[in-house]
Ligand binder design. Sequence first.
Ligand code: SAM
Length: 284
Amino acid sequence: MTLFELVKLALDELYAEGSAIYGSALDAEIKKRMAYLSMCYGSLNNMSRTPIDYKDPATRFAYVYKYTASHGDYVVQALQSVPVAVFPSSNTRLSCIGGGPGSDIVGVIKFIADSGIKLDRLTCYLVDGEQAWADTWTEIGDALSASVPVNVNFQPLDVTQPSTWSSQKKFLSADLFTLSYFVSEVMAFDQTGVVTQFWKMLFDEAKSGAKFVYVDNGHSDFNEYFDYQWSKARSDVKCLYSFDNNRMLPRFSEQTDSVAIYKAKFGQSPKVQSYLSIRILEKS
Ligand SMILES: C[S@@+](CC[C@H](N)C(=O)[O-])C[C@H]1O[C@@H](n2cnc3c(N)ncnc32)[C@H](O)[C@@H]1O
């Protein structure tokens, strides 16, 4: 399956959820939400902005349509650059921080399938502050399982609210953590240092040998903020690979044909290129 074929499954569910609320006004609503997201992503480094609201199904559809497949493919390309095995055991744990929209998990599954890696089981934690994402990917676990036996768990956690993460520990036992377009999403809310506390807890409590895949908007504000968290503030995390502020395209095989029905409706294509930065880290 291509990433766009996997994404189409989620889109069909989200479209049905949106139709139940908006009826025939749904397409117009989705177009508005595409514009809303695009406007929000233009000002992620504005420290006085408000959090992006993903609750509404029209917004979630807009996000998954525009961004999930390409972000998933950037995760695949990031994993292909890692010089060491990232799946150490046949029963691997994956934690996708800010992974509610599914981009990270579909990327990891595609990487495993394309690389011919054999796993008995992939246990995945989608760790996200927006509970509304929970239905989308846990319900299509069966379709994902076609290529890799995967068990998807949704873990509601808001990095700006320590009360939501101080008692949740399972996701910290992961072999692989993904941080795809998440750091830029929450950096503006770290003025009190609360998100820095979350990064500290994450790097402190991750196990030895755990890998971290960071993919995000290529901008020095985000690169410097994240590099501070894993390198300046500590010495037990090393960088295995880095890529700064460069253009990346989803690979040729990731054609958008499977979402043609939605392309025709909205007159817009999913995002197909970005300037991004990558870090692959390992905890010693
Ligand atoms: C730009 S999306 C990235 C999604 C996905 N990882 C990707 O690459 O497409 C940011 C995600 O972070 C989540 N999020 C935003 N603020 C958060 C917070 N304070 N705590 C936890 N998750 C948050 C959102 O619900 C959303 O799923």
